[in-house]
Write a protein that binds this ligand. Structure first.
Ligand SMILES: Cc1cc2nc3c(=O)[nH]c(=O)nc-3n(C[C@H](O)[C@H](O)[C@H](O)COP(=O)(O)O)c2cc1C
Length: 247
């Protein structure tokens, strides 16, 4: 295994951070690495907002559903899909033209760009000895988060990311077997089912050990429970109101 793959294989989310800063230089390296992610037709349709202000972080922690580590980490990055900058190019160079910026395709482009850049940032941070955790929780109160950060139309917060010096030792979480996520030359439903069965065994053992027997549900049980619960149903309306996915 080479060093890069070893780093990737060593990932685990960190939810407790030391009271040590992430330096300006580290942040510049992390965002610089994020910028080198592939981006659809070089549109670079994302913006990261680095939140270091204590009061702002506290409010975001609450809006994310009371996730204390959002307030405790030295830097909280809010990864935004950003079509605002691109819409401006239309206004500069094609005034009066019918812009396609609000298409579902462009929503996907911007969201994918933000995610690819963020994951590059995550890896860069981990390579510097820092820890990260993504925070999808900010979508629980997405309108308030947008307001708080002054997001213009055509910009929405996809997720947040805590970054800081780890203050906990965490074990890595097992993933589906390779056969669950790698199918050769076409989708194999039977393979998919078998992989989930195998993974359920792994995860029951993992979670039983990790919680001292407090939790014993399998992965598929957890996923099913999650998927029958209505979650963040206001997202569609919010995205429309920000100018996304109008057609
Ligand atoms: C888009 C996204 C949103 C997430 N949101 C949260 C969150 O709000 N709070 C949290 O504690 N972890 C969050 N996570 C972390 C996942 O729970 C974690 O990555 C997953 O359980 C796998 O564990 P690992 O990262 O330690 O390997 C999120 C991860 C992703 C990719």
């Amino acid at each position: 295994m080479n060093d890069t793959i070893a780093l990737l294989m060593n990932h685990r989310s960190v939810r407790k951070f030391k009271q040590e800063p992430v330096t300006e230089d580290q942040l510049a390296q992390i965002i610089g690495a994020a910028q080198m992610a592939s981006t659809s037709s070089n549109v670079q349709a994302y913006t990261a907002i680095a939140v270091t202000d204590e009061e702002l972080k506290r409010q975001l922690a609450e809006l994310a559903g009371g996730q204390a580590y959002v307030a405790e980490c030295p830097v909280f990055l809010v990864w935004c899909a950003d079509l605002y900058r691109l819409q401006q190019t239309v206004e500069w160079h094609q005034p009066g033209a019918q812009s396609q910026v609000s298409s579902t395709e462009n929503y996907a482009v911007a969201t994918i760009d933000a995610a690819l850049a963020a994951q590059n940032a995550a890896i860069a941070a981990e390579s510097l000895g820092l820890g990260i955790v993504y925070i999808g929780g900010i979508r629980s109160n997405i309108a308030q988060v947008s307001e708080l950060l002054g997001l213009p139309e055509l910009v929405y917060p996809v997720f947040g990311m805590c970054i800081g010096v780890p203050d906990q030792e965490v074990g890595s979480k097992p993933r589906l077997p390779l056969s669950g996520v790698l199918h050769m030359n076409g989708y194999d439903r039977e393979q998919s089912k078998e992989a989930v069965k195998l993974y359920d065994q792994t995860m029951v053992q993992y979670i039983t050990e990790r919680t001292g027997g407090q939790r014993t549900a399998s992965w598929s049980e957890n996923m099913a429970a999650r998927l029958i619960k209505p979650t963040r149903l206001e997202l569609k309306e919010y995205l429309h109101s920000k100018g996304f996915m109008k057609f």
